[in-house]
Design a protein around this ligand. Structure first.
Ligand code: KIV
Ligand code: ZN
Length: 451
């Protein structure tokens, strides 16, 4: 196979991600998360927006000092004080990057910034020149690029490349573009902007649920950096989800022949750590890292997965750091999955026992969302303790009768062998269950239980 081209992963969990409601992080939390991003193998960590608050300034400074392998970026508007503050926060970094941005769409220029196109171009060029005087690695972002006049956008990009920008980032700030259109824009920038041999980057928001698709369209059109966040957190509907992007390029490398340096086994731990730090849970059906991403409930699916996981899984849970496939037991589940779960809980069942438990399981599952292990244990206990009506009282422990000894009392013929057993458990059922576990080695087809 030919060598796959490398795509730079620019993680902005600590900047755009933390702009998500409820996701703000203090310096210690940012440093913890940054170490995890380092283990994950991202190329660039955008640590924050130093001019926005003293807390964020110190957070960027702490990340820059402590996390040495990746590039550490800090955001700055195209204003002198912003660029200076970003550099003050960054200059202890092993690999610093100043990331400066200015909107280029008429909507933003007219209504938000109240400046002309000419002023916009001048401010962008000046900020990049200033940043370049501090640091070799300078990124410029044209905010709201996808709603900008493409000719004006290209003029601004050309000016900042001339001024020394090493990466030009094309944000779909409001999540408005669609894959074909975004790919055309990237191609146009590559053709029209002189000096666009610099890295072209894509930064997508997910307002229409297209952030990952748009980012990949940009990569196919020649972008070689993608900006994304763990769990897809970010302004409004969020940013491109890092885990989705990385796994699409890995699972569908036939269509996206690109590689990243991300160690996919660290994806789930990174997702979990972010949830722990922010307290913001991931939606259960979130691709790759959601609680249900490797969970199966339908009987047909469970049966397939038990026989061979490839039937319903396009990647292994282990490949993204998820401990394993989860079979959720609910009303759609089959007896195969129930039997497996019972065996995992320590109660392998023969066909007859499973029939009884399965019938009870279905009626319980009809009235509840899913059946958990505790409920399954109760069903097993109930199924196994149903005593046939003609059974005589069982012998008690006492003189001449000790635990584990066969009993010779006359019992119905369907129970040719019986043992006296004693165990301790929560309630009568619990004690019985322990008896089953402790005395199950005989492989008996039928059990007779007495209390
Ligand atoms: O979405 C956006 O435009 C941004 C820029 C600051 C890069 O986050
Ligand atoms: Zn953004």
């Amino acid at each position: 196979m030919s060598e796959r081209e490398r795509v730079t992963i620019f993680d902005t969990t600590l900047r755009d991600g933390e702009q998500s409601p409820g996701c703000s992080m203090n310096a210690d939390e940012k440093v913890r998360m940054a170490h995890q991003l380092d283990r994950l193998g991202v190329d660039v960590i955008e640590a924050g927006f130093p001019v926005s608050s003293d807390g964020d300034f110190y957070a960027v400074q702490a990340v820059a000092r402590e996390v040495r392998r990746p590039v550490i970026a800090a955001l700055a508007r195209c204003k002198r004080e912003d660029v200076e503050r970003a550099w003050q926060a960054l200059h202890g970094a092993a690999h610093p990057r100043i990331h400066t941005f200015l909107a280029t769409s008429d909507i933003h220029l007219r209504h938000k910034l109240r400046i002309s196109r000419w002023e916009c171009l001048e401010q962008a060029r000046d900020a990049v020149q200033q940043a370049k005087s501090f640091c070799g690695d300078v990124e410029f972002s044209a905010e709201d690029a996808t709603r900008s006049d493409p000719d004006f956008l290209c003029a601004v990009l050309e000016a900042v490349v001339e001024a020394g920008a090493t990466t030009i980032n094309i944000p779909d700030t409001v999540g408005y573009t669609v894959p074909g259109e975004f790919a055309d824009l990237i191609l146009r920038i590559r053709q029209q902007v002189r000096g666009a041999s610099v890295v072209i980057s894509a930064h997508c928001h997910d307002d229409l649920g297209l952030a990952a698709a748009n980012s990949l369209a940009a990569v196919s059109a020649g972008a070689r950096q993608v900006e994304c966040t763990v769990n897809g957190i970010g302004e409004r509907a969020g940013n491109t989800s890092l885990e989705e992007l990385v796994m699409i390029m890995r699972v569908r490398c036939d269509r996206y022949p690109y590689q990243t340096a991300v160690i996919s086994e660290h994806l789930f731990p990174a997702s979990q750590l972010l949830t722990e730090i922010t307290g913001v849970a991931v939606q259960p059906n979130k691709a790759i890292v959601g609680r249900n991403a490797f969970a199966h409930e339908a009987g047909i699916h469970q049966d397939g997965v038990i026989k061979n996981a490839l039937t319903y899984e396009i990647m292994t849970p282990e490949s993204v750091g998820v401990p394993g496939t989860r079979l959720v037991l609910g009303k759609h589940s089959g007896r195969h999955a129930l039997g497996l779960r019972c065996a995992e809980l320590g109660f392998p069942m023969d066909r007859r026992e499973l029939d009884i438990v399965y019938r009870q399981f279905l009626s319980l599952a009809d009235s509840t969302k899913s059946v958990d292990d505790r409920q399954i244990l109760e069903l097993i206990s109930r199924g196994r303790s149903s005593r046939p009506p003609d059974v005589p009282a069982l012998p008690q422990e006492g003189p001449g009768k000790s635990v584990g000894e066969p009993c010779h009392e006359s019992l119905p013929s369907q129970f040719p062998l019986s043992y006296l057993a004693k165990s301790v458990g929560v309630g009568v059922d619990g004690a019985l269950l322990h008896c089953v576990r402790e005395h199950d080695g005989e492989q008996q087809e039928d059990y007779l239980w007495g209390v």
